[in-house]
Write a protein that binds this ligand. Sequence first.
Ligand code: SAM
Length: 328
Amino acid sequence: MNLVDRFERKHDYLRISVTDRCNLLCHYCVPNGSHDCTSFHRLLTDDEIINIVQVGADLGIKKICITGGEPLVRKGLPQLIGKLKQIDGIEDIALTTNGVFLAKYAHELKKAGLNRMNISLDTLNEEKYTRITRNGKLQNVLEGIQAAIEYNFQPIKLNVVLLKDYNVDEIETFLRWTMKENVQIRFIEYMPIGDQQSEWSNQYQSLSIVEDVARTIGDYVEHKRQQMAGPARVYSFQNAKGSFGLIHPISNEFCTSCNRLRLTADGHLKSCLFWESEVPVKQIAYDKDELIEAYKRALFLKPKNHEMGQSLYQQGTPTTRVMSAIGG
Ligand code: SAM
């Protein structure tokens, strides 16, 4: 059986949130400054995650991204990645991290077989970084990025959520970075997940502005889309070492090619980032037949479109989870 939904979309990508705790509290991710974290006994255990992935791999999951909260606050993460890497059918494992603990773990992650890394970095200004993360230190992330470069995670993707009054003035600096370093800067449109309608309305910035700035820097070309590529459209300037990507969930909906399922830290399969519908799997994590049914049910519940832009003005955000509880 393949994981094909009602709209003929084939799913081969599972994003796994291994914890909903985070050492940072970014405004756009945890809008109220805190959220109720899942108690430890209700989190999925390593063995439960491995079983759920094993069944997913039998059904066609090939690519995994480990996310959170901050995945590196989960004890034993490199060991879990090492075990996931051994599952037949899993070809690629990525990690999405805020990078703060990377200098410490990059070596172990490499040894465990992690293939790729996405590191969140919304600004290169120390004061702004501390403000948006509510307590982070920019230097820790920069050291993490250096460690990722040293251990040869290629390409290193840096996620920049674009916020109107906050980092639009840094677009040029980020773009110029791609000229001299083999990094991929991925600009992401701010999404209204959780309870943050008014903040979203004030700070949302369409990514067309990135292309406006890019044109003032020089000629750039779009890369051919790779197999299993994510939703980013990727471009490079002439003779640049790196590239830049645009992820437009709002202004250029990518739902028609969505190949993702999500597993929350408290054990729910979620087929759309924005919608409430979820299928509980913690209680059935050791029952293969029940898990197959749960994957089918999650696919059945997947809507055609997330409708983020529209529903914002109609009924608010359908999902009650904040982004750090879903994993992005
Ligand atoms: N802690 C890790 C990190 O910082 O990358 C992983 C979890 S975080 C939820 C995953 C990604 O979601 C990050 O790149 C973050 O910038 C992005 N994100 C969080 N809230 C968002 C929002 N409201 N709109 C767009 N992206 C968001």
